[in-house]
Design a binder for this molecule. Sequence first.
Ligand code: SAM
Length: 310
Amino acid sequence: SSTGFRQVPRDAKTGLVGQVFSSVASSYDVMNDLMSGGLHRLWKDRLVESLRPFPGQQHLDVAGGTGDVAFRVLRAVRAAEVQERLAAAAAGRNSAGGRGRPPAAPASSAAAAEPSGREAAQQSQQQQQQPGPSSAGVAGSLVPGRVTVCDINPDMLRVGQQKAAAASDLAGDSGLSFVEGNAESLPFEDASFDSYTIAFGIRNVTDRPAALREALRVLKPGGRFMCMEFSTVTQPGLRELYDAYSFAVIPRIGGLVAGDAGSYQYLVESIRQFPDQETFARMIEDAGFRAVTYENLTAGVVAIHSGFKL
Ligand code: SAM
């Protein structure tokens, strides 16, 4: 196609969702800020903090849209890699000193000195191992992390690519890629990722059990699934207030800012129809994930669900 992204087959609901996101793509980021009062940034920060990014992580962000979550994950993975290299360098210096070696020489002998640093990095990595998404383990010290943004909508991906190109720390990072694909039938090999996120995306997917099975398929054993989605507000008083806000205010902001009240009406209705925290947790378990938990943010306006492929 002229977009550079391959065409993904879609059913009727998926086609409708496609129109909605094509219509909102260019104003999507500013709308998120307006509708959530900036809260979506804190929610996404929390998602990535809970994911605990690590060196060498191979991460997939599905329904990644304009890249908000993916960019956060990649920045955190790169920061973890820098930390690891610093720790390895320090450990290498210490062990070299301990064995009475001369201080590491520059240039030609640097490569020869590398294995001791690497061994130290592996040891520190192993000591830090936690249950969960750590199949990278030793390999994490050797292979740079990668983050793949997958979305069904080429217009959203294009905005994401433009954002990445404009960000000095992401522009030259070959570990970031954008792939057009449907969450229900992902264009990736089995067991290819350490972790999978889907933020404000699964609500739009027609066959959610299929999307969850696909998440399980593309994760490596030990890999982690995390989903952030609008959920059910737990406090009764707040629930009515939130309902009134979303039905009365959000389509109006959508009409004024994005020139498209209808798309935002759809978004509000899709939030209401989404299963509550417990029901969605059971769906994740039914797909085959284990150790499934969730955390409510902002009194349940948003929930983060987590599960492992064990
Ligand atoms: N994750 C991003 C964020 O948090 O800012 C974007 C969320 S946006 C509300 C929802 C995204 O889901 C849109 O980019 C849309 O194109 C995508 N989407 C909808 N249905 C999809 C599907 N079946 N497969 C993959 N992506 C889908």
